[in-house]
Design a protein around this ligand. Structure first.
Ligand code: ZN
Length: 323
């Protein structure tokens, strides 16, 4: 077993850990990932595999390069591209038989770039089965996530980021599977279509409490909203629990009527039209530091330029910038 620093110890030591950004949308923009928009509607959770991580075995150099860019921009954590890497989702993309190969290649590539300069996180995302089948999918979800976490542990990730869960019930299953693995975890919910509650009706504060009670060492929010809109979610979590809080906003502008980018008509082919300027990430970093957020990264739409902006914001004197 590899000797590694626990992410929670790193957060305690540094006060703030800077993560990386979003992989799949950036690799789609660069031409290496197929969004699926040419064959079906995207964003329903019901399609054939969309935004799946087979780029790790199909175009490893493209993935390597993006990791390198994030590391160069100051990321202290690299997320292995294992998002949507559970077997059922990969099956829908035609890559189910490569589930082991994709997960292990993704971790190997992230480690190759991170070396001793960054921790490697295994990404574990929602399966989409709760959205499609409801709570009756729980048993199937548990076996899929158990398998993926086993693959990530065998590939020797340093910790897990549980991410983009819309249903708290599915998140709690993932936390339980992660606990069994013994790996440290950062658990982040995603709020869609509302920011006031997750898909099964729990407020951000109640989600945070439930995730901590289930065993998550750090909790937070990830994806769908831009920094300014995510701040309200994060503040509510901050007030609810005392563990470190993580924020990984998207770099797309949403609206009060539709506060989640994957439900906007621009997703997935017109994202340039709602791309946020980097200055909003710079401002958010300063704000996040002032508010006691301790793990800061980006999600969809956030490439290395946005991580550079985070670094600038974190370097600014506390309280120098506000919304
Ligand atoms: Zn995202």
């Amino acid at each position: 077993m590899r000797q590694t620093e626990n992410i929670l110890d790193r957060i305690a030591k540094q006060g703030m850990v800077l993560g990386d950004g979003g992989y799949l949308l950036e690799l789609e923009r660069r031409g290496w990932v197929d969004s699926g928009s040419g064959r079906e509607k995207v964003g329903t959770g019901k399609g054939s595999g969309q935004f799946t991580p087979e780029v790790a075995i199909e175009h490893p150099d493209a993935l390597r390069e993006l990791h390198r860019e994030f590391l160069n921009a100051g990321s202290q954590v690299l997320q292995a591209l294992t998002f949507f890497g559970t077997r059922e989702k990969l099956n829908r993309a035609g890559y189910g038989e490569q589930t082991e190969a994709i997960n292990s290649a993704a971790v190997r590539i992230a480690r190759e770039i991170a070396r001793d300069s960054a921790l490697v996180a295994g990404s574990v995302s929602r399966t989409q089965l709760f959205e499609r089948e409801g709570p009756s999918a729980a048993g199937h979800v548990r076996s899929l996530i158990t398998e993926q976490i086993r693959l990530l542990a065998e590939a020797e990730v340093d910790f897990l980021i549980l991410e983009t869960f819309f249903h708290l019930e599915e998140m709690l299953i993932a936390i339980e599977c992660a606990r069994v693995s013994g790996l440290p975890m950062v658990a982040t919910m995603t709020f869609r279509p509302k920011v006031s509650e997750c898909s099964d009706g729990h407020s951000p504060g109640n989600c945070a409490r439930a995730m901590v009670d289930a065993g998550a060492g750090a909790v937070g929010a990830m994806c769908e909203q831009e920094p300014e809109r995510m701040l309200a979610i994060i503040r509510e979590m901050r007030q609810a629990v005392s563990v470190p809080i993580a924020a990984q906003p998207a770099a797309f502008r949403t609206s009060d009527a539709t506060p989640c980018f994957t439900k906007l008509p621009q997703f997935p082919d017109e994202m340039e039209a709602i791309q946020l300027p980097r200055s909003s990430f710079e401002r958010f970093a300063a704000q996040a530091k002032a508010e006691g957020i301790q793990f800061l990264g980006g999600c969809c739409g956030c490439n290395a330029a946005y991580i550079h902006a985070f670094s600038r914001g974190l370097a600014a004197p506390t309280g120098s910038q506000a919304w």
